[in-house]
Design a protein around this ligand. Sequence first.
Ligand code: URA
Length: 436
Amino acid sequence: MFIPQEFIRKKRDNKPLKKEDIEEFIKGVSDGSVANEHISAFAMAVFFNGMSLEEKTNLTIAMKNSGNTLKWDDLDGPVVDKHSTGGIGDVVSLMLGPMLAACGAYIPMISGRGLGHTGGTLDKFESIPGYNVYPDDALFKKVVKECGVAIIGQTSSLAPADKRIYSIRDVTATVESVPMISASILAKKLAEGLDTLIMDVKVGSGAFMPTYDLSRELAESIVEIANNAGVKTNAILTDMNQCLAYNAGNAIEVREAVEYLQNRRKNPRLHKINMALCSQALINANLAKSKDDANKKLELALSSGKALEIFAKMTSMLGGPSDFCENYDKYLKQAPIIEPVYTPQSGIVESMDTIAIGMSIVGLGGGRIKPSDEIDHSVGLENVIKLGTKVDLHTPLVTIHAKDQASFEEAKRRVLDAIIIGDTKPEVKEIYEVIS
Ligand code: URA
């Protein structure tokens, strides 16, 4: 008989965990025979003693198999996805999905809501009236097959063991464990039935991991586990020392994504990171021979309008308006107050506390303080100033979209505290490293 305390003792004493025991433990997490106390003690033992690659892989696969896993036998191309560790103005998924689909990949993207200071792809899609982020399985499969991409939310049948373990880690100071984070992210992604995955691991003042070394450790861990589990995976370490897109919020990021796909307005930072992720995904999926080949195919997907067409079709098949891309301003809610914030001093934008920028959006109502909160899709920050920009008293740092004057004033205070003006031009990077 499996006795959880014996299993926990092994990890506490740094002894190797057997595959069968990891499977029994996760089975117990799913059927309730393992108690919350067992899960919290196990998470703390892993926090202190870590896990070998074999243990992490077995944990990931056991968690993945705790619920439904998707199968895509009837598709005529590779099944691909991207996951980001989260950021501010990180609207990449909205363009990447349709662009990869236009190049022959299938992307069944199961994405999340905003977490802490970071925005969530699902919340962004819910700015579109009628868009159903929880379609039934048959519709999800139909949209993936017919459009090449469907971006939807996680149901309780996907890696349910992770849901229980994560909620306990959240209240036992055990979230910040690289093996547990890796298994948690990958259990959900691998359940999508992927051939290949590209990870966007953020680095900098708005990143989930607090230092470059920890972001790198997480990236390496995820790449090792996923490849060991048979899914070809790379990670790119990308910059989150400032807002990624021009805008950060829900409806205003959707607007930016549509304008990008329409080739009307592309933020160069966002474009560079999006293209790096897309091209690596095409190479991994054997849909491009080289970076150059991938870039050509991706630029054609944009310039021909094919990626935009795919975004429009996916949106409409999932319940959104059929003319959304032509008339997005009619459908996306606008906040009643839209006002710029000016710098009180001239100089150069030296640095940004990007977590504080994200929290200013939460304060406006664009993110959640507690999980049950309703969010206001109309609020956010437009045209967030870039690091290294020369500013004077007439240069707006950002334009705030707010529901009322009080929340505008609070966001203004947070933004002014978060953006540091000095006299040195900072070094600005977009991409640090590719981990294979
Ligand atoms: N995101 C996840 O899905 N899991 C973690 O453990 C941390 C971030």
